[in-house]
Design a protein around this ligand. Structure first.
Ligand code: IMP
Length: 185
């Protein structure tokens, strides 16, 4: 079985290839831009994106959308995470959090999979906290200001460890479990 990974990010394709190798599913990079609807809900972004892609005659694919949701900022930057990262960046998030006691936040990753004419949509979450400053050289995006264990940031831990606890890793686990439940793998 082969699934197209519809993304502009080759890093995500490698991650899916690694996770699905053991299940005999080949993951193929398929760059295919699609409009992301303006809504504050990740699952809605994914579902509407999938409707568009299916209406174009493309089947057997995966799309995903992720973001950082900060409790005290009422879920900002959320679905606007990529834009917030590009504009205000990590320093901007830290400034918004100056003097804020509640540092709770979570990364969420929503994966939509079109397979065998069926649709599976799952969301993985990783709870953690926003740090007081940027720490660490690894990772990308908000990794230097997010800690899942209250000690090290995502930019300070090895990638394998990040994948084992991250929102994306958790979403992949949920997707595999659902595919097994439905007898697809
Ligand atoms: P997308 O799923 O590629 O659209 O991700 C949206 C944005 O969320 C990215 O540009 C990052 O800023 C942020 N983001 C998503 N996942 C992560 C992560 O694992 N670490 C750090 N930032 C992330």
């Amino acid at each position: 079985m082969k699934l197209k990974v519809i993304t502009s990010n080759p890093g995500k394709v490698r991650e899916y290839q690694k996770e699905f190798k053991d299940y005999g599913i080949e993951m193929e990079h398929f760059p295919h831009p699609y409009d992301e609807v303006q809504t504050s809900d990740l699952e809605e972004v994914v579902n509407k994106g999938m409707d568009t892609i299916v209406s174009e005659g493309i089947r057997d694919f995966i799309v995903d959308d992720s973001g950082l949701f900060v409790d005290s900022l009422k879920g900002f930057p959320g679905v606007w995470s990529a834009y917030a990262q590009k504009t205000i960046g990590n320093q901007g998030i830290l400034r918004l959090m100056e003097g804020v006691e509640d540092r709770g936040a979570e990364f969420r990753c929503c994966i939509g999979c079109d397979i065998d004419g069926r649709r599976i949509v799952v969301t993985g979450i990783c709870r953690g906290t926003i740090t007081d400053g940027e720490r660490g050289k690894d990772g990308f995006g908000f990794d230097p200001v997010f800690s899942h264990d209250g000690e090290r940031t995502f930019a300070e831990i090895p990638l394998d460890e990040k994948n084992s606890v991250s929102h994306r890793g958790n979403a992949v686990k949920l997707l595999i479990a659902e595919m097994r439940r439905q007898g697809l793998i």
